[in-house]
Design a protein around this ligand. Structure first.
Ligand code: ACO
Length: 160
C-alpha cells in the first residue's frame, strides 16, 4: 500500500513543471501561463495541492486541486481544477485527492468546501457533495461562469 498525501505546490516548487503539464492535459493553456497561475499558490490562498505517492525524490504525481477563499463566506473554501492523470483514473485516486483535500481544509479551520461542475455530479455525489446555493469564488473562472454549485460540510477537527 502506497502512502498517498497532498502537499501545497509552494512547498514543492520542483514539481511545478509536472503539475503544469497535468493540469494542461485537461484544460489547455500555455506552459508559461499555467506555471504563472500555479506560482500564485501560497499559504494565504489560493493553494494548489498536489496528490503524491512514492518515496521522496521519486514521487508519482497523481492529482491536483486548487483552493480559494469564498467571498462573504469565511468558513468556506472553493475547490477547482480537480484532476487525476488520464491513465490513473478509475483507481480511487480522485476520491483520495478529495478526501485529503477535505482533511487539509479542516486542518486549516474551514468547515465547508464548495465547487462547480459541468459533468462530474456523479463523482462528487459519491463523495457526499450536495447541491448548494450560488457562491462567488475568489478564483477567476468561477465568478463569471454560471455552473451548478455543490457543497459539503466538514466536521472541524483541529488535530487533522
Ligand atoms: N460519474 C459517476 N461516478 C464517478 C465518476 C463519474 N464520472 N467518476 C468517478 N466516479 C465514482 C467512482 O465510481 C468512485 O465511486 P466509489 O469510490 O464510491 O466506488 C468514486 O467516484 C471515486 O472515483 P475515483 O476512481 O477515485 O475517481 P478518479 O480517480 O477517476 O478521478 C476525476 C475522478 C478527478 C473527476 C477524474 O475523472 C478526472 O481527472 N477527470 C477530468 C478532469 C475533471 O473533469 N475534473 C473535475 C472538474 S470539476 C472541479 O474541478 C470542481
Amino acid at each position: 500500500e502506497e502512502r498517498l498525501r497532498v502537499v501545497p505546490i509552494h512547498q514543492r516548487p520542483d514539481l511545478l513543471p509536472r503539475c503544469a503539464d497535468l493540469v494542461n492535459e485537461e484544460w489547455r493553456r500555455s506552459q508559461a501561463a499555467r506555471l504563472h497561475s500555479l506560482q500564485k499558490s501560497c499559504r494565504e490562498f489560493p493553494v494548489s495541492l498536489v496528490l503524491l505517492a512514492g518515496p521522496p525524490g521519486a514521487e508519482r504525481l497523481l492529482g491536483h486541486a486548487r483552493l480559494s477563499r469564498v467571498v462573504g463566506h469565511g468558513a468556506s473554501l472553493f475547490v477547482e481544477s480537480v484532476v487525476v492523470p488520464a491513465a490513473e483514473r478509475g483507481k480511487g485516486h480522485g476520491r483520495a485527492l478529495m478526501e485529503l483535500t477535505e482533511r487539509y481544509c479542516r486542518g486549516r479551520g474551514f468547515g465547508r468546501l464548495c465547487l462547480s461542475t459541468h459533468d462530474k455530479q456523479g463523482f462528487y455525489g459519491r463523495l457526499g457533495y450536495a447541491p448548494s446555493g450560488p457562491v462567488q469564488s475568489a478564483g477567476a473562472l468561477a465568478s463569471v461562469v454560471p455552473l451548478e454549485t455543490l457543497h459539503k460540510l466538514m466536521k472541524h477537527s483541529p488535530s487533522a
